[in-house]
Design a protein around this ligand. Structure first.
Ligand SMILES: NC(=O)c1ccc[n+]([C@@H]2O[C@H](COP(=O)([O-])OP(=O)(O)OC[C@H]3O[C@@H](n4cnc5c(N)ncnc54)[C@H](OP(=O)(O)O)[C@@H]3O)[C@@H](O)[C@H]2O)c1
Length: 338
């Protein structure tokens, strides 16, 4: 693609203007098989040239390794990038399939200091609660997050995988700039309650896994056969066994639309997510993850694709037909608490 920059959108009512597509950086250090630091660094630089300014990480990604990896890039471009990181999740070294969730104030304070240190910056632009610990009132956690804003450690607040009720309770304590939740052609449960609440409250939606963790690109069809033993997607019910075969067949309408536009399946998946901005009348800034400069170009180019009403209708039934949940334990998602 040419070097024209992608359009922009605002993070919440008072947050910064960012490229309408961000970059998910998780896979650069964690979860999706072998890492490639050199290609990842080139991807970061190429993304910025294309106008991608929102970069997504978390303290849990590689137990801090992802934040450390990104730090030199962030520091080299501090005024151009918007740094989003998260707290709440940790993965015990002796059991990589387990997740520990904490939202209590002392934990949040300890987590923000550790992230600031690893990132080696004075402030985090967007600080998310990665998951809800239902044992801590959300008002208490967001109250602590708001203190971090007042202290200048954090600029804006976000929540990931929250219910509409949790979002409303949080917003009553401090403005929430963004909700980050899974949203794609395969995962649409947030449309029922979370998206309407976000629109009403002026909160931007940041869809994660907009490419269905890569499945919607057709780059793998069965996690057991196609991905390495340590790949997180082998723990996800929809990408394995009979479910994977059934779900691969659901890509046919995506392929039809892609052929009509002369683009890739992934670009149609991204165009669909992006177009939810007009469907639901709220800012939507997906954060596809990639470690390859050519793919970041391809993904950024999807911001220029517009799907017709007929194409949207053709894609409409897909999510309702997906076999298998997003997570092995759906308590890990907001849908599990609604
Ligand atoms: N809040 C949360 O709980 C949560 C959960 C998951 C993810 N996230 C965030 O959301 C970001 C994006 O989600 P995700 O990485 O899970 O899923 P995704 O963006 O749906 O898909 C990423 C996968 O697709 C591949 N891919 C990317 N562009 C491609 C292209 N043009 N053609 C073919 N394959 C392509 C990537 O491989 P390569 O890297 O090899 O290109 C990677 O395996 C993450 O990086 C992370 O920052 C947040």
């Amino acid at each position: 693609m040419t070097d024209s920059r992608i359009p922009t959108a605002r993070l919440g009512e008072t947050g910064p203007e960012v490229g309408v597509q961000g970059l998910g950086c998780m896979g650069m250090s964690f979860a999706y098989g072998p890492v490639d630091a050199e290609a990842s660094r080139a991807t970061l630089e190429r993304a910025l040239e294309l106008g991608i300014t929102l970069y997504d990480t978390a303290d849990a990604y590689g137990r801090g390794e992802n934040e450390k990896f990104l730090s030199p890039f962030f520091k080299a471009h501090r005024d151009e990038v918007v740094i989003a990181t998260k707290f709440a999740l940790s993965i015990p070294p002796d059991d990589p399939t387990r997740r520990i969730i904490r939202n209590d104030p002392p934990y949040i304070r300890q987590a923000v200091e550790a992230s600031l240190k690893r990132l080696d910056v004075d402030a985090i632009d967007l600080y998310y609660m990665h998951r809800r610990d239902v044992n801590v009132p959300i008002e208490e956690s967001v109250g602590t997050m708001a203190e971090l804003v007042r202290e200048g450690k954090v600029k804006h607040l976000g929540l990931s995988e929250v219910t509409a009720a949790e979002l409303r309770a949080a917003q009553a304590v401090h403005p929430i700039a963004a909700v980050q939740s899974e949203w794609s052609l395969f995962s649409r449960d947030i449309e029922a309650q979370v998206v309407p609440a976000a629109r009403e409250l002026g909160v931007t939606l940041v869809p994660y896994s907009p490419l269905g963790r890569g499945f919607l690109t057709g780059s793998f069809t069965n996690a057991d056969k196609d991905l390495t033993a340590d790949d997180f997607r082998r723990q996800q019910p929809r990408f394995t066994g009979d479910n994977a075969a059934a779900n691969a067949a659901l890509l046919e309408p995506v392929r039809t639309v892609a052929e009509a536009h002369g683009v890739s399946l992934g670009q149609i998946a991204l165009a669909w997510v992006q177009q939810q901005t007009t469907v639901h009348d709220l800012p939507v800034i997906p954060i596809p993850g990639t470690r390859k400069p050519s793919r970041v170009e391809e993904n950024a180019a999807a911001t220029g694709i517009e799907l017709t009403k007929e194409e949207l209708e053709l894609l409409e039934p897909i999510a309702g037909q997906v076999a298998g949940d997003r997570y092995a334990d759906m308590r890990f998602s907001s849908a599990g608490r609604e």
